[in-house]
Design a protein around this ligand. Structure first.
Ligand SMILES: [Zn+2]
Length: 279
């Protein structure tokens, strides 16, 4: 089926208080594995392409076309999202290319500049039927709103959503990016307060560092979109490393990349099911 609108998948998950998986693709084979995992689970999935990934590939179009083609032949709803765009032009390019949603990340800007830039993106995207995610940028630290110890204030979140008109909000509730161990502690009470106060779907970044049962609790507390990237990278790379260690004479790159792709599929299916069903 063609790409599903992110707005539709998010509204459905938000209304039913279910989680919606949003996993990053970094090359063709991860995109193939993620779609295959969603099909194995029989559940929808948001594929995400980050600005960093766009830089790696030298442009947005090739991986976008691949994701669109994979969605076309998928048996489950697949949406396409631009993750962590700090470049306004990239966000607009994604809107023009047919993405269902974009995340504008103005965490590097002053609060007022973040509000203005986010509102500009929201106007551009909404005029074209595209859904917008943003995050609060007032807090400092290397990781912006996702630095350990940083928390989103519910009243600031309400003001930010009203000033920018965004559809979903990435919030700081204890998780942190790029964690390879599941040692984050998530503030469930804050999630409930943020959902109650803002009235918009909430997004958990840095979910790779959150234990499975805490992910389930976070969703029950009111979290909707669950972003996972690092954990899946670990699964892929572990399989590639094991293959190469067992086959030191291997030269055909398809052999070891296939090992990574195959290892990813059941883990993607398991995680999507956990996020959707809470088990
Ligand atoms: Zn993130």
């Amino acid at each position: 089926m063609p790409l599903s609108p992110t707005s539709k998948l998010m509204a459905d998950a938000f209304g039913r208080k279910r989680g919606l998986a949003a996993f990053n693709i970094i090359h063709l084979e991860t995109a193939e594995a993620l779609v295959a995992g969603a099909e194995m689970a029989g559940l929808p999935l948001i594929l995400q392409i980050s600005e960093n990934c766009v830089k790696y590939h030298g442009g947005l179009v090739p991986l976008t076309r691949a994701a669109q083609a994979l969605a076309d032949r998928s048996t489950v709803p697949i949406a396409l999202h631009l993750d962590h765009a700090e470049d306004e032009h990239l966000a607009m390019e994604a809107v023009d290319l047919g993405f269902g949603s974009v995340m504008y990340d103005g965490a590097h800007l002053d609060y007022e500049d973040n509000v203005n830039a986010t509102a500009r993106i929201a106007r551009y995207a909404h005029a074209r039927g595209v859904y917008v995610e943003a995050e609060l940028g007032k807090v400092g630290g290397k990781d912006g709103a996702h630095a350990p110890g940083v928390r989103t204030d519910p009243q600031e979140a309400v003001a930010f959503v009203a000033a920018t008109n965004v559809d979903a909000l990435a919030v700081a509730v204890g998780s942190s990016h790029a964690m390879t161990a599941k040692t984050s502690t998530v503030d469930m009470g804050l999630i409930a307060a943020l959902r109650r106060e803002t009235g918009v779907p909430l997004v958990l970044h840095g979910s790779s560092g959150v234990p499975d049962q805490d992910l389930v609790s976070a969703i029950r507390s009111g979290m909707t979109k669950i972003n996972v990237s690092t954990h899946l990278n670990c699964v892929f790379t572990r399989a590639v490393r094991e293959y190469l260690e067992a086959n030191p004479a291997a030269v055909d790159s398809r052999k070891y990349i296939k090992a990574g792709r195959e290892a990813l599929v059941p883990e993607v299916a398991r995680l999507i099911t956990l996020i959707n069903d809470g088990r």
